[in-house]
Structures are given as C-alpha cells and as structure tokens.
Design a protein around this ligand. Sequence first.
Ligand SMILES: O=C(CO)[C@@H](O)[C@H](O)COP(=O)(O)O
Ligand SMILES: [Fe+2]
Length: 224
Amino acid sequence: MNENWIAPSILSANFAKLGEEVDNVLAAGADIVHFDVMDNHFVPNLTIGPLVCEALRKHGVTAPIDVHLMIEPVDRIIPDFAKAGASIITFHPEASVHIDRTLQLIKDNGCKAGLVFNPGTPLHYLDYVMDKLDMILLMSVNPGFGGQSFIPSALTKLREVRKKIDDSGLNIRLEIDGGVNGANIRAIKEAGADTFVAGSAIFGKPDYKQIIDDMRAELAKAGK
Ligand SMILES: O=C(CO)[C@@H](O)[C@H](O)COP(=O)(O)O
Ligand SMILES: [Fe+2]
C-alpha cells in the first residue's frame, strides 16, 4: 500500500449507485473507503449501517473499509460491523463509557481500532490507551455533514498527536477528516497526517483520478 492513504468519504457519494461509486474511486487510486455512520443522536444526521457495509463487500469491494462511528452507544453495533466486513472501526471517546473496553471489543472482533477527536475534544483520552490504538482520527470539522470548511486549529492538534505517536514508537496511523482538498492536503501532511479523508473534494466531481493524482502530487511536495 501507499505510505499516504487517500480515504474518500462515501458520505458525498451518489447513494443511488454506491457500488459503482466505490469501484470508481478505488480504480482512481484511493487506498481505503471511509464509511461515515451517523445516528441522529450523537450527531445531527442519519446515514448508513452494517447492511450497507455488507452490501459493498458482496458487491466485490476488497479494499479496507474504515468505519467512522458517530453513534452513541457504540459497543452493541461493533460485532455487526465486524461481521459486515469492516476493517478499521473508530469511535468518539465521548460516546463510550468504557473506552478501553470498546477498543478491546473492536480488536476481539478482528478489526483495527481507533479513537476520533472532535475539534474541541481534548487529547487526554489518549493517555492510557495508546497501546490499543491502530489509528487516531482528528476531526477538522464538527462531525455530522460533508462539505464543511477545514478548521485551521486542527493543524496544531495534528502536530501534537504526531509527536505523541513518534514518542511512543507505536505503529499508529494519523487520520484527518473534514474539509480536506488539493489546496490544503500538503500543509496537513506537513503537520503530521498520513491518512486523508476527503468526501466533497472527490465525489460529485467529473474526474476522480485527476483529483486523487493532484492530491498525491501535493503530498509528494510536502517537507518534514
Ligand atoms: O465524518 C465526516 C463528517 O462528520 C466526514 O468523513 C465527512 O464526510 C468529510 O467530508 P468532506 O469534509 O471531505 O466533504
Ligand atoms: Fe468521517
């Protein structure tokens, strides 16, 4: 796999032809599929669940599916997503009463596990669970909708988390989600991200390959 992962968020895809949309974005060079799950409770929107994940697998999608849970409670849906073919499951610490237990539950179900931080959520939730994390996802918008603008303070937070990961020596991906596009992806990479969710910057545009190629060209320019 590439060192930098481009993760199109299917929230902005055409749901009436989702299988084709996912095939197209993977053929255009995407690394993983970002799958946003919203419950109209933890966030003010309602999207898709395990049935749709399973349908994508049955359709023939073999790429990793990165399930971003914006739901509360978290635990009872985790086995269903694992059975449906999720590869990575991330959740918001505010939505789980027992963060360590939820991370372990994800791993016991055979998936990679991660925590998601809203723009205003402090990083102290990382303190005692770093060894259970495969991914840290920083939100650069408040969750609930695609098409919002990148909140610049996410760059500061990315730098902080990058240092924590590097200091830990652990193998943890650092993902950014919200308002990512070809114009800001280089600065986001330079702040420490290695996994880039992009929804509205890709879906609905005429040429997915051109957009992903342009993003990779920007990533290649990034300095340390
Ligand atoms: O989790 C979310 C929103 O809550 C995201 O994954 C969005 O779907 C990203 O969309 P863009 O900001 O890239 O349009
Ligand atoms: Fe997301």
